[in-house]
Design a protein around this ligand. Structure first.
Ligand code: UDP
Ligand code: MG
Length: 206
């Protein structure tokens, strides 16, 4: 049984594109989460998506210092969805995979709550914003997108959710078997099915 496994392997997958300004804080906050939750076998897979800044170097130095961190370096900028897909393939042996952005709008401190929801039986866990920091035109754009997307699909996505969440191993396997090359992660996450849970959190300003 899942809950009797002493130390589940949890991988964090994060696409990174020109994030040298926030990476030191992200790496420190992930380390703090890992250190305060020794009940899991943590691994962070940071996918450098062809950054032009020092992002890859920062991740490489961290990986040399702490084997819980790994760098996957793409040969050029492929875009967020492709970088995420590359990370999910690398993470296929984990019991569960947390997907998140690098820019700290997805707070690492929420990760233990995602893992807890998974250990209670959810195969897909979505982190859902209690409040969105965006306003104005950007906010209106998101609202319009979700209104249109909701009318076009039989598998609507939770409007206040994005990449941030967790996939159990079966969901990761399903995702990795999808034939789509041009992917929209939250849409496919809704489409693959599986028992799903939401975890509420407050989203930070970029
Ligand atoms: N990102 C990436 N490749 C890109 C653009 C972005 O890997 O070509 C990463 C970026 O570093 C961040 C995540 O994808 O970790 C989300 O990007 P961003 O914050 O720009 O998207 P938004 O939050 O505006 O949806
Ligand atoms: Mg962002």
């Amino acid at each position: 049984m899942r809950s009797s496994a002493p130390r589940p392997g949890i991988a964090i997958v994060t696409p990174v594109f020109n994030e040298e300004a926030v990476l030191p804080e992200l790496l420190a906050r992930l380390t703090a989460v890992f250190d305060t939750h020794p009940g899991c076998n943590w691994r962070a897979i940071l996918v450098d998506d062809g950054s032009h800044d020092g992002s890859a170097t920062l991740i490489r130095v961290q990986a040399e210092r702490d084997p819980r961190f790994a760098l996957v370096e793409l040969s050029r900028n492929f875009g967020f969805q492709s970088a995420l897909s590359a990370g999910l393939i690398q993470a296929a042996s984990a019991d569960a995979v947390v997907t998140m952005d690098a820019d700290l709008q997805d707070p690492p401190e929420v990760i233990p709550a995602l893992v807890a929801a998974w250990r209670e039986g959810a195969e897909v866990v979505r982190a859902v914003r209690r409040s969105r920091a965006e306003r104005g035109v950007r906010r209106a754009g998101f609202d319009l997108f979700h209104a249109l997307y909701g009318r076009l699909t039989d598998y609507p996505i939770e409007p206040n959710s994005g990449t941030f969440g967790l996939l159990g191993r079966a969901a990761v396997e399903a995702f990795n078997r999808l034939p789509e090359r041009h992917r929209y992660f939250p849409g496919l996450r809704a489409w693959i099915g599986f028992p799903t849970a939401n975890v509420q959190y407050d989203r930070q300003e970029r």
